[in-house]
Ligand binder design. Structure first.
Ligand code: GLC
Length: 517
């Protein structure tokens, strides 16, 4: 089987930003189109004055204060978080909307069959063919398509057209004959993982509440994305029926439980941040009118990346001017406050803003041309991972990173400073991440018995020490008992989870159980 992989080098960038006007060290703004070569050295450059060790020490003290979150503060944030989650279950249209997902209860682990999953996340579009084999086993074949910045901003229907086109290509490649004709012996159900806040009143409908993660496609918010996607399927004559529309966290919850039954919560720490869990229907007052049985369970997509949005009251003491800057310059000011302090889309940008501030203050890269680092979002969060995990004593990976991507010379003292700064920003993200999990644990009373938390996303799986720091923060909040809340690398929720949910939905509908939702 061949898979088609379409790649794009991503986005045109928005203009340069500055925390405080014109920056020292800037030169001409001519863009290089070739990849720069570089050399490494251990001695100071004679021409350019580099940051002094004593100054960096002082700055580090300042940033340590800025980015450190005490155990007491974690507890306070967590306590407030619990109230916010409860409010979201009581009333519709809350900031943290606690969205009913119409996935009823846990999988049996015996779900079997062949399914397709389409995963529109924050960075990529994936098409997966999942074969569930029962007993927690499965096989996946997939293709990934990188989304361009343009695709994230174009007319909404065009985005769904792209989804349908990619799906069609995948189906022809995998199920087509030599002429490209597709003959399916039986209809394959498709689960669509659409990882944005959706108001659902059934498993195969979903009104987009608002875009997150930098998406801004017009004429989509407030509309049923399932209907928009079906329109695109028709346009490209894709011979597939979409049976379920889910969030990545819901998929992760179900996929993780499929293989590990003590899973109670699932989180994504990737481009965005969010969690899902299983709630007793009786505890969701806002859907009482549906007349569903109180003693059964339904998955809730918390959308808690929106925690503290608009009012910024719960994290006021730990929110920095960098967080505020990112927020105000985003396409969605005042929204996704918690997410903007934690998620992979933003950590590199926080680091970059601190560097720009130091350049402005004249303490970094004096006499060097800093135009590349002044470009918004030019410092990827993956760079923080690289900086933290550089195994060489001289931090040569960091040297290479700065010369290669930004044309900047660094000294070992500066590189060590960068490593500490990355640690501060990465640790703050991990510690804040624990508050949402802890709030769910308190709300559901999972502390005494403990529980598994399936976690996924690039930050969780690739950022060095992220899980350990998160676990430490859970101990800071709960004491020794916090050790009973164990996060682990989840299964692929958006692919496998989506397939399992498609299987669960099929079985439920065939049994005539809540067939209307
Ligand atoms: C954003 C989205 C949410 C998703 C999360 C992780 O927070 O709003 O739906 O689950 O990112 O991808």
């Amino acid at each position: 089987m061949s898979t088609t992989v379409v790649k794009s080098d991503g986005a045109p960038r928005r203009g340069s930003i500055s925390l405080s006007g014109k920056r020292r060290g800037s030169g001409t703004e001519k863009m290089d189109t070739h990849i720069a070569s570089w050399h490494t050295r251990t001695h100071l450059h004679e021409d350019n004055p580099h940051a002094r060790e004593e100054d960096l020490k002082k700055l580090l003290e300042r940033y340590t204060k800025t980015f450190t979150i005490t155990p007491q503060r974690l507890k306070m944030i967590t306590d407030n978080f619990v109230g916010v989650l409860e409010k979201g279950l009581e009333e519709p249209e809350q900031t943290v909307p606690m969205l009913p997902a119409y996935v009823f209860g846990w999988p049996t682990g015996e779900e079997v069959g062949s399914y397709l999953a389409l995963d529109l996340g924050g960075t990529n579009l994936r098409v997966c063919h999942v074969v569930l084999k029962g007993k927690g086993k499965f096989e996946v074949t997939q293709s990934k398509f990188r989304l361009t910045e343009e695709q994230k901003q174009q007319e909404g229907q065009l985005l769904f057209d792209f989804c349908a086109e990619c799906l069609n290509t995948f189906i022809i490649d995998h199920f087509g004959d030599a002429n490209g004709d597709v003959i399916l012996e039986e209809e394959i159900a498709l689960g669509f993982t659409f990882s944005y806040p959706m108001q659902q009143d059934a498993i195969d409908h979903g009104k987009l509440i608002r875009w997150t993660k930098g998406f801004g496609n017009p004429n989509t918010e407030g509309r049923d994305c399932a209907a928009m996607f079906r329109q695109s399927l028709e346009k490209f004559k894709v011979p597939i029926k979409m049976t379920s529309l889910i969030n990545d966290t819901t998929g992760t919850l179900i996929a993780s439980n499929y293989v590990r039954q003590d899973t109670r919560i699932a989180c994504i720490f990737g481009t965005g941040c969010n969690a899902a869990y299983m709630e007793h229907i009786g505890n969701i007052p806002k859907i009482k009118s549906l007349g569903l049985p109180d003693d059964e369970d339904m998955a809730i997509n918390c959308e808690y990346g929106a925690f503290d949005s608009f009012t910024h009251e719960h994290m006021a003491e730990v929110r920095t001017k960098y967080d505020e800057y990112i927020d105000l310059h985003s396409n969605k000011p005042h929204e996704q406050t918690y997410e903007k302090m934690i998620a992979g889309l933003y950590l590199g940008e926080i680091f970059r803003l601190v560097m720009c501030e130091m350049v402005d203050e004249g303490s970094l890269f004096l006499g060097q041309n800093t135009y590349k680092i002044e470009k918004p979002y030019s410092f990827d969060t993956a760079f923080l991972s690289l900086i933290e995990s550089d195994p060489t004593e001289e931090l040569l990976t960091v040297t290479g990173l700065f010369t290669h991507f930004f044309g900047l010379d660094t000294t070992i003292v500066e590189r060590k400073f960068f490593r500490e700064l990355a640690k501060l920003i990465g640790t703050r993200a991990a510690r804040l991440s624990s508050c949402g999990i802890a709030a769910l644990v308190i709300k559901m009373g999972y502390l005494e018995e403990g529980c598994g938390v399936g976690a996924d996303g690039s930050l969780y799986s690739k950022y060095p020490g992220f899980a350990d720091r998160l676990h430490q923060a859970l101990v800071d909040i709960f004491g020794e008992k916090g050790k009973k809340i164990v996060t682990y690398q989840a299964e692929d929720g958006s692919g496998v989870g989506s397939a399992i949910i498609a299987a669960m939905t099929k079985a439920r509908k065939e049994a005539g159980k809540y067939a209307h939702v």
